[in-house]
Write a protein that binds this ligand. Structure first.
Ligand SMILES: Cc1cc2nc3c(=O)[nH]c(=O)nc-3n(C[C@H](O)[C@H](O)[C@H](O)COP(=O)(O)OP(=O)(O)OC[C@H]3O[C@@H](n4cnc5c(N)ncnc54)[C@H](O)[C@@H]3O)c2cc1C
Length: 463
């Protein structure tokens, strides 16, 4: 019997567990008798679709509507240590579990900016300040939004845009502050970002780009009570005052009694790092095309993983790596892989790993996923293909010699479309405000068939 332990019951871990069970059940080789699967998840409750969090915030969905099919309640068990030599993990319940195969599916965690006024004296987020990465965050935000008068969202990436539209849908005035020059900078070019800005403004979001939050106000929240401390020998912390707003770099003051920090996320690799596993330059656990990490019998999928598609062989982790990682002594330059940070690739990786582990396809390999980011509902946005393609501005003369950029802005409807074509193939496309022809673009991108040389034809087909 092979014991497979999955750490993390999020979108990747729960899908892997479901695929393992389905694969084992359908395997003619009796895999269901050979495999035992244990899922250890730190979040309480069944696994849910994180992409739908904004719908819950906006009141369009109930938390129960986001539960992933086939997922079970396995919550509340955090893995606190991994010993790759002993093939065992320790849990927050005090248990030690042995594994034959371990899969890290620990996802990522929101970055908390080191700004004055963000935390209270105990290091926790001060009252009124939230992150937006989990269902717990989302429910707390929704609860507080009922009594709030003005919300501030810090960050204009996916989570920031999701949070802003969700809060605006509740009728709350929202200001979004973003350091970059345009929204969704990893997915849209400046022209697409401008159209998205107009749409969000129409939905009730005031947007400030090209500036940063200098501090949340009031920014003195770390005072302790010196009298009580000297009397009792204990340090007593005064409750921090609730947030009242923010000061921007340019001196502008924003009033807000609810603040959402959406400043990006980092791969959650605490366990992997302490166990001495190879970590990539992007901060994820390095895996090869078999999804194996640098440790024997340890795999990684989802947001915590960083992929090497180059055929590079990962060096096996040793106890000395773990010691070096713990003492921060290892200064070897990290190898850079690819991180997806999206739901669909996490599910593709789960499928490949399940095929290998159940024996349905022991030679299955992960060679990457098509990139497609899609926002639905009142924001119709899609970005398909190479992110570098999206970043080429709508200027038709932009791009390299072999690339052509076709872009169309329809100011009357706040709609924008852009196609980047290289060697007669569609390498990327951006849609804002109108995604009617997205399926055609997805097909053209996936098939990789040469496009007609008359680009006006393409514009007509895609319009
Ligand atoms: C607000 C928001 C909006 C998003 N919008 C989109 C979108 O529109 N499109 C898109 O494609 N993607 C989107 N994403 C990203 C997408 O949700 C992630 O790519 C996806 O969830 C990755 O799945 P995962 O299983 O790797 O990580 P997660 O779903 O984050 O799951 C990781 C799980 O591991 C658990 N865990 C961590 N450490 C431990 C431990 N030591 N022991 C036990 N459990 C542990 C965590 O508690 C968590 O439950 C969004 C994410 C957020 C937060």
């Amino acid at each position: 019997m092979t014991h497979i332990v999955i750490v993390g019951n999020g979108m990747a871990g729960s899908r892997l567990a479901a695929d393992l069970r389905a694969g084992a059940g359908s395997s003619s080789r009796g895999a269901s008798d050979r495999l035992r699967v244990t899922v250890l998840g730190a979040e309480r409750g069944p696994a849910y679709n994180r992409v739908l969090l904004w719908d819950v915030l906006a009141g369009r969905l109930d938390p129960a509507d986001t539960v992933l099919a086939g997922s079970h309640d396995r919550g509340g068990t955090r893995v606190t240590a991994l010993d790759v030599a002993a093939h065992s993990v320790q849990t927050s319940c005090g248990d030690q579990l042995e594994y034959d195969v371990l899969v890290l599916a620990t996802g990522s965690r929101p970055i908390i900016p080191d700004l004055p006024g963000v935390r209270d004296a105990t290091g926790r987020l001060r009252p009124g300040v939230h992150t937006f990465g989990s269902l717990v965050d989302c429910v707390a935000l929704r609860q507080e939004a009922r009594a709030a008068r003005h919300a501030l969202v810090v960050g204009g990436g996916l989570a920031g845009v999701h949070a802003a539209r969700g809060l605006a849908a509740l009728g709350l005035p929202v200001t979004l502050v973003h350091t970059g020059s345009h929204l969704l900078p990893r997915h849209l070019d400046p022209a697409g970002g401008r159209v998205l800005r107009r749409i969000l403004t129409r939905l009730g979001v005031t947007i400030r780009t090209g500036t940063r939050v200098r501090a949340l106000t009031p920014d003195q929240v770390t005072a302790t009570d010196p009298d009580t401390a000297s009397d009792s020998g204990l340090t007593v912390v005064r409750p921090a005052a609730p947030v009242t707003g923010a000061v921007l770099d340019d001196g502008e003051q924003i009033t807000a009694d609810l603040v959402v920090l959406a400043c990006g996320s980092r791969p959650e690799v605490t366990l992997a790092r302490a166990a001495g596993l190879a970590i990539g330059a992007g901060g994820g656990v390095l895996v090869d095309t078999t999804l194996q990490t640098s440790a024997p019998d340890v795999y990684a999928i989802g947001d915590c993983a960083e992929f090497l598609f180059t055929g590079a062989v990962l060096r096996t982790a040793s106890p000395s790596d773990a010691a070096a990682a713990r003492s921060e002594g290892s200064a070897a330059p990290a190898i850079a892989g690819i991180r997806y940070e999206q739901a669909a690739p996490a599910w593709d990786q789960a499928r490949v790993l399940a095929a290998r582990l159940t024996g349905l396809d022991p030679d299955a390999r992960y060679h990457g996923s098509p990139r497609l980011v899609r926002l639905r509902g009142d924001l119709d946005v899609a970005a398909l293909g190479e992110p570098t393609g999206h970043l080429v501005d709508a200027d038709p003369t932009a791009g390299d010699a072999k690339s052509h950029v076709l872009a169309l802005t329809d100011a009357t409807r706040d709609a924008y479309r852009k196609f980047v074509i290289r060697d007669d193939r569609l390498v990327s496309a951006v849609f804002v405000g109108d995604v009617a022809t997205l399926p055609d673009a997805v097909r053209a991108h996936a098939d990789g068939i040469p496009l007609p040389s008359d680009r006006r034809y393409l514009m007509e087909v895609m319009s």
